[in-house]
Design a binder for this molecule. Structure first.
Ligand SMILES: *[C@@H]1O[C@H](CO)[C@@H](O)[C@H](O)[C@H]1NC(C)=O
Ligand SMILES: *[C@@H]1O[C@H](CO)[C@@H](O)[C@H](O)[C@H]1NC(C)=O
Ligand SMILES: *[C@@H]1O[C@H](CO)[C@@H](O)[C@H](O)[C@H]1NC(C)=O
Ligand SMILES: *[C@@H]1O[C@H](CO)[C@@H](O)[C@H](O)[C@H]1NC(C)=O
Ligand SMILES: *[C@@H]1O[C@H](CO)[C@@H](O)[C@H](O)[C@H]1NC(C)=O
Ligand SMILES: *[C@@H]1O[C@H](CO)[C@@H](O)[C@H](O)[C@H]1NC(C)=O
Length: 450
């Protein structure tokens, strides 16, 4: 009787098999409801990390180890969630979070963040507000800052930071000279500005924003932060007049420029922008393995930090959004979003607080590496499959209801603002970052995080 198994053994091995099957998030891309259900699972678990709604906690902040910018990115993902699914479960907290962090000048420069806030950090909050305007996310009460005006305020504070003293222009990473990273001109800071300027130009019809987007595009190419294959590199040191580039590639840099360029095409319908969009789409192949998105610089060697674990969220978000602005791209983009979403679902483990998603979609299974960034990435890539079911981004002339203010944020200027004394701990933390950057530059590493 060696090969016979008892009824109870058979039952338990069946149970085991069905557990294994159920241990992946169900996602049927042919069914709208299945996509919505899966998105809800990923969103629920992501929101579970957020504590800002609890009495005594600070609305808009994520607990450590998440930096302030990632909360802004998360609210951007929740704006998208409502846009794609119509489910308003998280709307009130999203509005409260986006409004709590605007700071006294209503420009996403809250004094609490002065010690760490860079142009990219501010940019992520600004882009979340911009998305809210574009998808007609419910407007805040009239006495509160409005989505469009917040995006304009971020633009208005950043444009005067354009820095001609080195590298013939561009934005520095850091806003304040006392923060480490002030001498680094990084691609994501400049990319956020490009993305925001293009979208403000489209939404408002104001040519000034479009001119700034063009200026930024030209500068990024001129210093080699983007090459002829439309690969975007991490950044460049202004103490060397940007003569050397740190060649690490991050998916969010590719994404932030892709959507900006698609927006520029949508505004101008100029073939120059079409060619750029097509070139950039080819350039994103660096971030796909067998048509599944991955963070090439740090996933294969297991060195992604907390920030980097969220980057796929933005590439997915902005690739999907690109199909609305430059419609011919859908044929290339959607198959990649589909295979990536299917793979992401396999990396998620459903449970009582929604699905817990891992980092590496290329594995085909849950890797146990969890966090806000992983949840956000799975959420964005899954809900992006609903893009053909929703309207494109509005403008002021085509149904947009957000109230703008062209001079929002202008009076905050560069004047000193009150901040806590910088502690030794902060300096040490930021010093690590600089060391990392220098290693990256000196090592000249092309693909991998050192
Ligand atoms: C925010 O989310 C928490 C947890 O789900 C909920 O209890 C609270 O009512 C929400 N706050 C608002 C303003 O909706
Ligand atoms: C800033 O920090 C203080 C002290 O920790 C806190 O009370 C306040 O709510 C914070 N404000 C914001 C907008 O984060
Ligand atoms: C610094 O770099 C810019 C941009 O590449 C270039 O135009 C300028 O001539 C350089 N300045 C010096 C002093 O090398
Ligand atoms: C266009 O935008 C610029 C830059 O913010 C602003 O100075 C100008 O007033 C705006 N023009 C209009 C008509 O809103
Ligand atoms: C520009 O984007 C809008 C919004 O998605 C879309 O309706 C429009 O067709 C696009 N323009 C072109 C020329 O494709
Ligand atoms: C936006 O549209 C509204 C309503 O049509 C109009 O009153 C307002 O002047 C427009 N604003 C801009 C900046 O074009």
């Amino acid at each position: 009787m060696k090969f016979s198994i008892s009824a109870s053994q058979a039952a338990s091995s069946l149970l085991l098999a069905s557990n294994v099957v159920n241990a992946q998030l169900t996602l049927d891309l042919t069914q709208t409801d299945s996509i919505k259900q899966a998105a809800k699972q990923a969103a629920t678990n992501m929101f579970n990390y957020y504590t800002g709604w609890r009495p005594g906690d600070v609305p808009g902040n994520l607990p450590a180890p998440y930096y302030w910018w990632e909360a802004g990115a998360m609210f951007g993902a929740l704006v998208d969630y409502w846009y794609y699914t119509g489910d308003d479960t998280f709307n009130a907290n999203t509005t409260a979070g986006l409004l709590a962090q605007v700071g006294p000048n209503r420009d996403y420069m809250p004094p609490n963040q002065t010690k760490t806030e860079g142009n990219d950090d501010q940019g992520f909050w600004g882009m979340a507000a911009m998305s809210a305007a574009e998808v007609n996310f419910p407007n805040p009460p009239g006495d509160e800052p409005q989505w469009l005006a917040l995006a304009q305020a971020v633009f208005n504070t950043q444009a005067p930071r354009w820095d001609d003293t080195t590298c013939a222009g561009g934005l520095r990473w850091q806003i304040f000279a006392f923060n480490n990273g002030y001498t680094y001109k990084n691609t994501i800071s400049n990319g956020c500005f490009f993305n925001l300027a293009a979208r403000l130009g489209r939404y408002t019809g104001n040519q000034t924003y479009v001119d700034w987007a063009n200026r930024m595009w030209d500068w990024v190419g001129s210093v080699g932060l983007m090459n002829n294959e439309y690969h975007f590199f991490d950044g460049t040191d202004d103490t060397l007049n940007c003569s050397q580039v740190n060649h690490i590639q991050w998916s969010y840099n590719a994404g932030v420029f892709l959507l900006g360029a698609a927006t520029m095409w949508n505004i101008t319908e100029d073939d120059v922008w079409k060619q750029r969009v097509d070139g950039m789409l080819k350039g994103t192949s660096v971030f796909f393995k067998n048509n599944v998105m991955f963070e090439v610089a740090c996933e294969p060697n297991g060195k992604c930090n907390v920030d980097q674990m969220s980057f796929k969220a933005y590439l997915a978000r902005w690739m999907a959004a690109t199909t609305k602005l430059a419609p011919w791209t859908a044929d290339t983009i959607m198959p990649l979003i589909q295979t990536s979403a299917q793979a992401a679902a396999k990396s998620c483990n459903p449970g009582a607080i929604g699905a817990t998603c891992g980092l590496q979609w290329t594995l085909g299974s849950y890797d146990g590496i969890t966090g806000v960034g992983q949840q956000m990435s799975a959420l964005e890539v899954i809900q992006s499959n609903l893009i053909s079911k929703v309207a494109g981004p509005v403008t002021n002339a085509t149904g947009g209801t957000s109230v703008g203010d062209p001079s929002a944020g202008s009076n905050s200027g560069q004047s000193p603002i009150i901040f806590d004394e910088i502690t030794t701990g902060d300096k040490v933390g930021a010093g690590f970052l600089t060391t990392f950057i220098l290693v990256g530059i000196l090592g000249g590493s092309w693909w991998m995080v050192a």
